[in-house]
Design a binder for this molecule. Structure first.
Ligand SMILES: [Zn+2]
Length: 87
């Protein structure tokens, strides 16, 4: 299934353009992280909230989720400011 994610935000990532599918046929997207880095990320991982930054934020998110186990929706918040305010 094609994912239409260009222009959307996932955590700290803003999806910039769709890339060629990877070797498994997964949709891949070029994303810009809030820290300024660009990274190509699988669309599925963006949609399910498992990737919300280029990797610079992963540890902090894990810490946060560990303390807030029932609030995994926080990963899907598209709003950059609300996301940063958590910390
Ligand atoms: Zn980053």
């Amino acid at each position: 299934m094609r994912l239409d994610l260009v222009g959307k935000r996932f955590g700290w990532l803003k999806v910039q353009e769709e890339m060629e599918p990877n070797e498994h046929g997964h949709s891949m997207f070029l994303c810009e992280c809030g820290c300024g880095k660009k990274k190509i990320i699988r669309g599925h991982n963006l949609k399910n909230g498992s990737v919300t930054s280029c990797g610079c934020k992963r540890k902090r998110v894990n810490d946060f989720l560990w303390k807030n186990k029932n609030e995994d929706h926080i990963l899907l918040l598209p709003d950059f400011d609300r996301h940063t305010y958590i910390y």
